[in-house]
Design a binder for this molecule. Structure first.
Ligand code: SF4
Length: 378
């Protein structure tokens, strides 16, 4: 094991990604690199799992006051537009339709519509599945039903959708496609200048698919360093050391801390399948707005699997992106933290979420609430 954290190779850390001594050394190195207290550093991650690691491991407490790590739009159910939830609820009103989706999506509220959970409690046919393969199996076994899968998520969950559509699902199967891609959202945040960002911690699991190349134009254009990081506490700390080292050396590149899983090119086969099935389109992110080329739509060859080809639907426009008083949009853009929302922990809790950021394992408000609730004196 390396004695100094300064030159530590992530490959050599071995199994000790939760080693307290190494974490303290990393913290020391971060403080050395950020020793000029007049200079502030604001790094954003775009992944709920990173927020979970950072919050539940108390990593922010290791950082000096001038180094801040904030959460960005990394929760897939949080950014899913309420219109898509309303569409999903609407189609379940038809007698022969069964909607399938992932567990986290069930509790996400759409203002004025409730959630899929509340629709199910009123009799809508909705089933939670672990994969799209399960949904297709249900369609095969129930030819009289129209099975509609609500497909959400970032680059990690898109390949299974592509694989299943390429395999040729039965005719009574269709999808609501609500997949999103991360880099255009980063660009939007940089362009807005709303939060002065000094770098990004990139999501390791997303990069196992995408590789590092899609992020390179961002570093080039905006002169921001980016580091792909894994999900153990030391991965994140080492990622911060790498970001600060780049700044110290006047570099702005895409580097890889998560070398045990991520390569420069990523999973090329998965990327090919995604582009066979989908094309990139401008897409809406909840409470953030429409982001150019940030969504995926079925190519014409696969249009027969679009839900609108199977079920007739007419959804009225929604009045509110998030309920009045909910600051989820600002939380997703990194402008405020959950505790700055007046509803946090009062009207809005994981048991009764007001906004989408309080739902599931990747919602920033939900993660912060969970960490506070698990403290002995809370
Ligand atoms: S605490 Fe609840 S209401 Fe406030 S921003 Fe988070 S999700 Fe929205």
């Amino acid at each position: 094991m390396e004695d100094s954290f300064e030159n530590m190779d992530p490959l050599q850390i071995g199994e000790d990604y939760r080693d307290k001594d190494l974490a303290l050394k990393a913290g020391k190195r971060i403080r050395e690199l950020a020793s000029d207290e007049k200079q502030t550093y604001k790094f954003m991650h775009v992944c709920g799992t990173h927020e979970y690691t950072i919050t539940h491991s108390g990593l922010r407490e290791l950082l000096p006051p001038n180094v801040e790590v904030i959460a960005g739009p990394g929760c897939p159910v949080c950014v899913t537009p309420p219109e898509d939830i309303a569409l999903a609820i609407t189609i379940t009103k038809q007698p022969n339709v069964l909607l399938t989706t992932f567990g986290d999506m069930m509790r996400v509220p759409a203002t004025g519509w409730g959630s899929l959970n509340s629709a199910r409690s009123k009799g809508a046919k909705i089933q939670v599945v672990y994969s799209m393969m399960d949904a297709i199996e249900i369609a095969r076994k129930n030819p009289d039903l129209e099975v509609v899968h609500f497909a959400i998520g970032f680059e990690t969950t898109t390949p299974p959708t592509a694989v299943e559509l390429l395999a040729g699902p039965p005719e009574n199967f269709s999808v609501i496609v609500s997949h999103r891609v991360i880099p255009p959202a980063q660009e939007l945040l940089l362009e807005s200048g709303e939060v002065g960002l000094n770098g990004f911690i990139l999501p390791g699991h997303v990069c196992t698919i995408t590789g590092m190349r899609p992020y390179m134009p961002i570093s080039e254009k905006w002169k921001v360093p980016q580091v792909v990081a894994g999900f153990e506490p030391l991965d994140v700390l080492l990622g911060l050391v790498m970001l600060l080292t780049q700044i110290d050396e006047g570099r702005a590149e895409v580097e890889n801390e998560y070398t045990r899983a991520v390569t420069l090119d990523g999973n090329v086969r998965a990327q090919e399948m995604i582009s066979q099935v989908f094309e990139t389109v401008d897409a809406k992110w909840r409470a953030i707005g429409t982001i150019p080329k940030s969504g995926l739509a079925l190519r014409s060859e696969f249009a027969s699997f679009d839900v609108r080809e199977h079920v007739s639907v007419d959804v009225e426009p929604l009045k509110f992106e998030v309920p009045p008083g909910c600051r989820c949009g600002e939380v997703l853009r990194g402008v405020v933290g959950p505790k700055e929302c007046p509803l946090f922990g009062k009207k809005c809790t994981p048991q009764q979420p007001v906004g989408p950021c309080m739902v599931g394992q990747e919602g920033t408000c939900s993660i912060v609430y969970g960490a506070l609730a698990s403290k002995p004196d809370s």
